[in-house]
Ligand binder design. Structure first.
Ligand SMILES: NC(=O)C1=CN([C@@H]2O[C@H](COP(=O)(O)OP(=O)(O)OC[C@H]3O[C@@H](n4cnc5c(N)ncnc54)[C@H](OP(=O)(O)O)[C@@H]3O)[C@@H](O)[C@H]2O)C=CC1
Ligand SMILES: O=C(O)[C@@H]1CCC=N1
Length: 275
């Protein structure tokens, strides 16, 4: 029988994950989602066939897995409300909240729990996500496998064995979609400046990003080699790439990802200290 999975919070990230699970064949009647907003629940039940609840504690009473998918800022209050029910049942806890450590969540839920922390990203909403996962020492191999199955419903999964590496995951894939959106914005603007109609500039920029990612994933060559393959000696790409290199693009990526990882660490400290 399928494990009972309860999502606390039924917003973007939760619905992406349970939507992906159901598309992948997970039985909808083994999934429950909660929201304080009753008007959200009936459409969710209708669309996905999942069970819905406004009462978080009641929703974990028979859960094997509890996915915490509310904003980090309200997580302490949500955990306080779940504490007794979670301690009675001891389900696997999976958190997708940014910046809250497994230890903090375990403490807020009363302690002694198997906790998996996940850093997802927004392309999960279109089934093309990338998630970093960390498990505390109480998580069993079967529970790891189950979490992998849940998150693979919306993309790829990479496990890290040191929780602090989730800061690196945040800097690469958690925040990463925004870097690529920035590049798309800039390429579209450049296309317009060079005379293309806005719509064409956008279509060309997005398809190029999509094609390059797909090609890099499928190729036997690494991105450096694929890049060189586009650069004819003395040609156009060489001139563009040299301009990026001369302008310090690599150093800028180092600075931006360092700043991002540092902020992830600061947030973990701030959120953990508040209570
Ligand atoms: N790496 C990344 O890019 C991302 C990380 N995340 C993480 O995922 C988590 C969820 O984010 P996201 O899905 O975008 O946020 P959403 O705001 O879409 O979803 C959160 C949901 O929680 C609901 N909620 C509020 N209070 C409660 C409560 N007491 N009990 C149950 N549900 C409640 C909200 O309802 P209402 O709106 O009615 O208040 C809302 O539907 C966050 O912790 C975030 O850090 C998410 C997205 C991307
Ligand atoms: O910007 C943020 O803080 C969150 C975490 C990773 C992506 N979005």
């Amino acid at each position: 029988m399928a494990s009972q999975v309860t999502f606390i919070g039924a917003g973007n990230m939760a619905s992406a994950i349970f939507g992906g699970m159901i598309d992948g064949g997970y039985p909808a009647d083994a999934i429950t989602a909660t929201s304080p907003d009753e008007t959200l629940l009936a459409p969710l039940h209708e669309r996905y066939g999942i069970q819905t609840q406004t009462d978080n504690a009641a929703a974990v009473a028979n859960a094997d897995v509890v996915v915490l998918a509310v904003k980090p800022q309200i997580m302490h209050d949500v955990c306080s409300g779940l504490r007794d029910a979670v301690q009675a049942r001891k389900p696997l806890i999976v958190s997708v909240a940014a910046g809250l450590t497994a230890e903090t969540l375990d403490e807020w839920l009363g302690g002694g729990l198997a906790v998996i922390r996940c850093m997802p990203n927004t392309p999960s909403l279109v089934g093309a996500g990338a998630s970093g996962l960390y498990a505390n020492a109480r998580v069993s191999d079967d529970q790891r496998q189950l979490a992998t199955t849940l998150l693979e419903a919306v993309g790829i999964v990479e496990w890290v064995d040191d929780e602090s590496l989730l800061e690196a995951v945040t800097a690469i894939s958690g925040s990463g979609p925004a870097y690529f959106f920035l590049v798309f914005e800039a390429l579209e603007e450049a296309g317009k400046r060079l005379g293309l109609p806005a719509e064409s500039a956008r279509r060309l920029a997005l398809q190029t990003g999509f094609g390059a990612a797909r090609m890099a994933q499928q190729s036997e060559f690494d991105p450096a080699r694929l890049k060189r393959n586009v650069m004819s000696p003395g040609g156009t790409t060489e001139r563009a790439i040299q301009t990026f290199e001369d302008g310090g693009l690599r150093e800028l990526f180092d600075k931006a990802t360092d700043a991002c990882a540092l902020r992830a660490r600061e947030m973990a400290e701030e959120l953990g200290k508040k209570h």
